[in-house]
Design a protein around this ligand. Structure first.
Ligand code: KG4
Ligand code: ZN
Length: 357
């Protein structure tokens, strides 16, 4: 019987050092052999955000240990690896460089191919690790750095339908958390605060909600929360503001997803459509619930990665590596880090005060 491919995935684009090994089951579905993630929350906590140089140093300190652990846990031998897949962008250049040099070194020493992976494609394909996902599908990518609707036609084939014109959703969660005095990264904490508050207490704006297609904006919402946060005195008011913010985000994502559904259906005239929601913010329970309900109403199948694969991880990077390995799509060893690397290269740059709808 032909040996199933074993892919080593490496992720170091921001503040998570992650290494994973995946292979295939007998029926061709992916199988995660190990998935180790080392978060740097403690390194960056006192600064209230990711400090690139400290992040890179921490990747350097940990990457070989994490790799050793991933190999031990997978119970394979390093010589069994068939391909090394590494995130080469987008992300912080000093952080990307650590994973890239490490991945290339392993691939070269084992005389195995190297695959350069777009981190965003990792998120896009992450649900493939636990569900049968067929192209084409509509993707909502909601992470700390990105908020986009994309039509995914196949591996490497993306058409952006909408994007944030200012902050990413995860970034908005983190900034609001900071305003409320919650430690970095605040997204998951805001969700917990929101559970204790009154979501109807504060009426917050939903920027560009009725215009701009499925493009999104969060800057005006953040400014409104900033103003209110200055008058807040009690913990109860903090919970109420978190709840009102969480609810507003849910409503924005609900309404904009509805617009994206229409645009997706114009391109793909299919009966059964799939809506994939991926990225760190996809771990938010209420957002999952609201978007699942929308899918029921609109006859789309909702697909989320499991919670542990929503945030940054290397299993999703290995997943892209596996798909490319099967198509013999390899990269050369002079492949550079790409701090900016949009999934849809033809999409216009749509950020800043100059954008008008
Ligand atoms: O995908 P990810 O791990 O990293 C990037 O590629 O950016 O996403 C991290 C983001 C952070 O902004 C974090 O606060 C947010 O996802 N996040 C959440 C939740 N869990 C993580 N935001 C809201 N609710 C959550 N439960
Ligand atoms: Zn990410």
């Amino acid at each position: 019987m032909k040996k199933k491919p074993i892919i080593l995935g490496i992720e170091s684009s921001c503040d998570e050092t992650a290494v994973a090994l995946i292979t295939e089951n007998g029926d061709g579905t992916p199988k995660v052999l190990s998935n180790i993630i080392s978060s740097q929350i403690d390194v960056h906590k006192e600064f209230g955000g990711v400090v690139p140089e400290l992040a890179a140093r921490s990747h350097i300190e940990k990457i070989d240990l994490i790799t050793k652990k991933a190999i031990e846990e997978s119970k394979i031998k390093i010589e069994d690896i068939d391909c090394v897949a590494t995130t080469t962008g987008p992300g912080l250049i000093v952080c990307l460089s650590v994973g890239i040099n490490f991945g290339k070194t392993i691939a070269l020493s084992l005389k195995k191919p190297f695959v350069a992976v777009n981190h965003l494609e990792g998120h896009a394909l992450s649900p493939k690790l636990n569900s049968k996902l067929k192209y084409p599908y509509l993707l909502l990518l909601i992470s700390g750095g990105h908020t986009q609707f994309l039509s995914v036609k196949g591996l490497g084939k993306y058409k952006r339908l909408g994007t944030t014109i200012d902050d990413a959703v995860g970034e908005a969660f983190d900034k609001i958390a900071k305003l409320l005095g919650i430690e970095f990264p605040g997204g998951p904490q805001i969700e917990k605060y929101a559970e204790k508050g009154d979501k109807n207490k504060y009426k917050l704006p939903k920027p560009i909600i009725g215009k701009g297609g499925c493009n999104l904006s969060f800057a005006g919402l953040k400014t409104a929360v900033l103003k209110i946060s200055k008058q807040i005195k009690t913990p109860k008011e903090k919970f109420d503001l978190a709840a009102s913010f969480q609810r507003t985000i849910e409503e924005i994502l609900y309404q904009k997803s509805k617009v994206a559904f229409k645009e997706f259906k114009k391109i793909h005239n299919k009966k059964n459509n799939t809506f994939v929601i991926a990225g760190g913010v996809a771990a938010n329970k209420k957002i999952r619930e609201v978007l699942t309900n929308l899918c029921m109403e609109e006859n789309f199948d909702p697909i989320f990665p499991p919670n542990n694969l929503c945030g940054d991880n290397a299993a999703m990077i290995a997943m892209v590596g596996l798909e490319k390995f099967k198509l013999n799509k390899f990269d050369t060893f002079d492949h550079p880090p790409k701090p900016r690397w949009p999934l849809d290269k033809s999409a216009a740059f749509l950020k800043g005060a100059g954008v008008k709808f």
